[in-house]
Design a protein around this ligand. Structure first.
Ligand code: FAD
Length: 543
């Protein structure tokens, strides 16, 4: 098949307009085009007055070689790349060693699924509960201010992204098209098929819940096993005759000692107790950069108008998203993070006495406000030197300050953009109603964030206001604190995907510092599952 990309049609074109556009672009005569498959659909809204739809299509042609020869060197007319996924190994018949996967977030789920499909029968452990029970516990914080430290937005089946916007794109390099494998498995588990073709697919919270249940059934049908409310509390290591160390067993909160030869550690960025335990046991853990800030909210209609002008709310465009970045005079970069169109700000702490924000939405993205993280990058050298876990200590301090500033009852501190720019605490909020539940307390966000963050916001907000009208509107509201943007640590691994100083331990996903977001965590889960499979099968990784 031949792949044609960058095919541009006007917004609102009739569906029948696609085929003539393909024929015209390639100069095809009647009968030359035998069929087509839509690969990708995006929009280009850089010119608000002339928004266009941009397509990539795979074409079945009577004479593909002749058409290719007519477009030598055209980067948008190429043979279709091979995107099918191939398993790298299979478990030997009667294989009795069972890999263990710690964490049932996107990384652990995909590691478990791929291992199960290769014939290894993984045991998947998670400290949290199955997704329906976990949903109730998560709502208990949002509705009744009651936090369950082991069952919340961060912990439990589906991992951190379950109550989210379900954005499914990533900037990671993906030469093997593993992202395609992830999306295909999601569709098999009940996601809408359009995620395979949309340039910026999302699924929203509601569908994610039933999808992780469907994936669980698949893994169990393949011989995998889940254990819920089972926290890894310790790792038992042994020293080999050559002085190197390898994993011998896991010690679980149930009191069990689980002997294990290969363990995927997909514990997410909030497993602070587990990071501390690993560091104490001498597993190589190092500090890494992450970002801190707030969630900012505007009415979605402001963002739609600013991005799409007169075409705002056009059915082919949906709710508008944005990406912003500004490098400040104080050498800090402010950027938008995990923008959720038509969604809400959620309470995302997993520890008592702390307040953390994040964002989610439903598939329809129909709620009143747009929200986004507005964060500033920080790094160990400048901001939390001296100890591998110092970033966690900083997160905890900021989250505790936010808890206190919010009033000590899981309300979150909030401030209007107008007050932040004027350098005064908010005594009341304006026309933009914050969506955070269980509620917000108008205050001064400078109580919870370092001065350089506030200073950077003051410089960046007017700049962003010139890119998106009303972004710096005085009534736009900021709710804090956003501290769990990515992992504050990396559990370093080698080329074989194993910890650089403990064999048998495969650090994976966001918590280990190798992913950021649902899709990249899932892709990393596939890669690590392949490495585990090859290690158990005694094979080398393919070059
Ligand atoms: P996690 O999903 O964090 O999963 C880790 C799992 O490990 C958890 O289930 C936890 O219970 C378990 N665990 C931890 N410690 C132990 C232990 N000691 N023993 C046993 N189990 C343990 N990303 C996007 O791409 N798009 C979005 O729209 C998006 N929205 C988000 C919204 C919210 C509210 C949040 C919190 C995150 C969002 N993210 C989003 C980020 C995304 O969820 C994460 O990047 C992703 O979930 C990381 O996957 P993971 O599998 O590496 O870790």
């Amino acid at each position: 098949m031949l792949r044609l990309s960058e095919l541009r049609l006007p917004l609102g074109h009739a569906p029948e307009a696609l085929l003539p556009a393909i024929r015209a672009r390639l100069g095809l005569r009647e009968g030359e085009l035998l069929g087509h498959v839509l690969v990708r659909r995006a929009h280009d809204a850089r010119k608000k007055s002339a928004i266009v739809m941009v397509y990539t299509v795979d074409l079945d042609l009577a004479d593909e070689a002749a058409v290719l020869a007519r477009f030598p060197g055209d980067p948008n007319v190429r043979p279709r790349p091979e995107t099918d996924y191939r398993y790298v190994t299979r478990a030997a018949p009667g294989e009795s060693r069972r890999p263990v996967v710690v964490g049932a977030g996107p990384c652990g789920l995909f590691a478990g699924l791929i291992l199960a499909r290769m014939g290894f029968r993984p045991i998947i452990l998670d400290r949290g509960k199955v997704v329906r029970e976990r949903t109730k516990d998560t709502w208990s914080l949002w509705r009744r201010r009651e936090l369950q430290p082991e069952s919340n937005v961060q912990f439990g089946e589906g991992g951190a992204g379950t109550f989210s916007d379900g954005k499914l794109w990533s900037q990671v390099k993906d030469p093997r098209h593993l992202g395609r494998k992830v999306l295909t498995e999601f569709v098999a588990a009940g996601a809408p098929a359009e995620i395979l073709t949309e340039a910026h697919p999302h699924i929203g919270t509601f569908r994610l819940v039933s999808m992780v249940e469907a994936m669980r059934r698949t893994i169990e049908d393949l011989g995998g096993e889940y254990r819920w409310q089972t926290r890894v509390e310790d790792v038992e290591l042994m020293t080999r005759p050559d002085g190197t160390r390898r994993l011998a067993a896991l010690h679980l909160s149930t009191g069990e000692r689980l002997a294990a030869e290969a363990v995927v550690l997909a514990i997410g960025h909030s497993a602070r107790d587990t990071f501390a335990m690993l560091h104490e046991r001498g597993v190589h853990v190092e500090a890494k950069p992450f970002s801190i800030g707030v969630r900012i909210e505007h009415p979605q209609s402001w963002i739609d108008r600013a991005r799409f002008g007169a075409c705002a709310r056009h059915p082919d465009l949906g709710a508008a998203a944005y990406t912003l970045s500004h490098h400040c005079r104080n050498a800090r970069t402010v950027y938008s993070f995990c923008m959720c169109p038509g969604g809400r700000v959620v309470a995302a702490t997993s520890e008592e006495g702390r307040v953390v924000t994040n964002g989610m939405s439903q598939y329809s993205r129909a709620e009143f406000n747009a929200n986004s993280g507005l964060v500033v990058g920080i790094d160990p050298e400048r901001d939390y030197p001296g100890h591998p876990l110092a970033g966690i200590a900083l997160q905890r301090e900021l989250e505790a300050r936010a808890f206190a500033a919010g009033g000590g009852d899981y309300s979150a501190p909030a401030q209007t953009v107008g007050d932040l720019l004027a350098g005064r605490p908010s005594a009341a909020l304006g026309t933009v109603a914050p969506s955070y539940k269980p509620g917000v307390t108008p205050t001064d966000l400078a109580e919870c964030l370092p001065p350089f963050v506030i200073e950077a916001f003051r410089e960046a907000l007017p700049v962003f206001g010139r890119q998106i009208a009303n972004y710096d509107h005085p009534d736009a509201v900021m709710t804090g604190v956003e501290t769990r943007t990515s992992s504050p640590v990396r559990i370093r691994r080698g080329a074989d995907f194993q910890s650089i100083n403990v064999a048998g331990l495969f650090p994976a996903g966001e918590g280990a510092g190798y992913a950021g977001g649902i899709l990249s965590a899932a892709i990393d889960g596939i890669k690590v599952a392949e490495a585990v499979g090859l290690a158990l099968a005694g094979e080398e990784a393919p070059a």
